[in-house]
Design a protein around this ligand. Sequence first.
Ligand code: GLC
Length: 601
Amino acid sequence: MTNKKITLLLLASVFTIQALTQTHVNKRAEWFVNARYGMFIHWGIYRGAEGFWKGEKLRNNNDYAEWIQYRNRIPKDEYLTLLNRFDWNNIDPEEWVRLAWQSGMKYVVLTSKHHDGFALWDSKVNDYNIGTYTNHKRDIVKEVSDACHKYGLKFGVYYSHWVDWEHPYGWDHTKEIYKITQKQYDEYWQNKVLPQMRELLTNYGKIDMIWFDMWFNHSRTIVSKEELIQLKKLIRKLQPECLVNSRLGLSIEEDPDVDYRTMGDNQLGRKKFDFPWQSPATVAHSWGYNAYEDKWKSTTTLLHSLINNVSLNGNLLLNIGPRANGDVPYEISLRLTEIGKWLAVNGESIYGSGAFDLPPSMHDWGKITYKQDDNGTSKVFLHVFNWPLEKKLYVTGIKNAPKRVYLLADKQKAPLKYNFSETVTSIDLSVPQPDPYVSVIVMEYDKKPDTENDLVAKSIYNGYSLTPYNFISAQGDKTIVKSHDFGSIPVHLTVKNKSSYTWRIYVEKPDTLNVDVSYGFEGENGKGKITVEVAGLNETKEVENTGLFVIEPGQNSRLENFKAFRFGTINITKPGYYDIKVSVEPAKNEKIDLLWVWIGK
Ligand code: GLC
């Protein structure tokens, strides 16, 4: 692509700052919250090994290829010979950045110094850096930072501050045995960490974030809080706009000046936060490329991860591990490009968007994000992970009628037909599914719509699934048993004493619905009973022994069986809210395990 073309495309894709939907965001982090999607680049000497050393596979099942020096106990001088495999004529970091830009990523984070302690810039602090070992003193930090500036992306560096296998007093885990003193560690800190940080923050123009990597709180490590504060102060002094993540070793709670929380590796969001946060993730498993990698996630999976995080106010930092010849593994570039194409069409639901007010896992068809655009229009984006077979999408819990509803992929914004009733919007989806991965529907409102959380949403399978997770009130036993035996025993409520549970649904049209209850009971028939009350139905049944079942042959496994029983059929004559009360009365020492109630077809 010519430079001119790039400039034109860049102009079309400049970052617009949206009105933020999340509240606890400091000024510095606003761009980050809007950006939502970035590229992580793990690249260093370990790329020459690709998970093997002298024919032996990496000595650890976690298969993090960038750990090979430590895991396979490789001496420093031998480790450096891996650089012989690098194809310096072919290595072009601008290509990596271009891929980020093409893929709709808004920032790039490069491993400037990983745990091996080797700097990817021509550091004057010590010789253990790329400049010393390349002919024309290559400086990968500079090359990536220049490329980021050219493509209009934010630029961040990963810097391993805690762990450093090069410096005699840097941390490596064997020092739990071969101890060093606090004073010695501080020598490493003062002589390597702080001066290198100063270099990075002085010589590479604007650095938008430093991505530290201490996955423990400082209290559990050799690093002192004072050292961390000193480091953070230096950053604030040299580049006051630069973001610092929580893997500095200080949580946001302990120090609100930390800009965002980094989750565990490949740990996606599960609940909504108001502060900025991010999941670092891989396309397969390892951060550094592994020759034997076989855990590739699909484009759909990765898109789900991104959308999931945005729906909870989070970011996704997706890693590429280019090889020693500079190439990005095909499996990675393919998926990133596909995500880029998706974002080119649907990016509005991601960039500058965030969590909506409804419970995150309320609907079974996918995830919701929300934004208020520059004209004040409120947009609720429905990400349909599972295009409904019955061609109807139900949105439960929004109390206002939308102004209009359309497919985000449709430039004409042709209206989709919908019905609105009190708190349920039923959208007619008898149109072709616009996207093979995730299709997005927009519901527009003049102002942020009102919501109600205490409802069980209508399923795309035409009914309401009442579970231990979505009752609105309970009296008595609330013990939830987690799923076990490989999920053969699903999450359920275990009831030992007389208890009752209430769920609320909204039925948007007259209908005839079945009421089924699934439970497991191992006692004698008739020892205990269950009553269901809903819309004129008041049915009590004695519990039956539901028996046992075998998960797999030849394993001598016998597990509790859950069985569904029809309690009746209800005739809904008018739209409205309906409460379902289920009372469980076990006999003494005869627990009843309540799995679900299904109101529907
Ligand atoms: C872990 C690993 C490291 C990787 C990082 C990415 O902390 O030690 O190899 O860089 O996670 O999140």
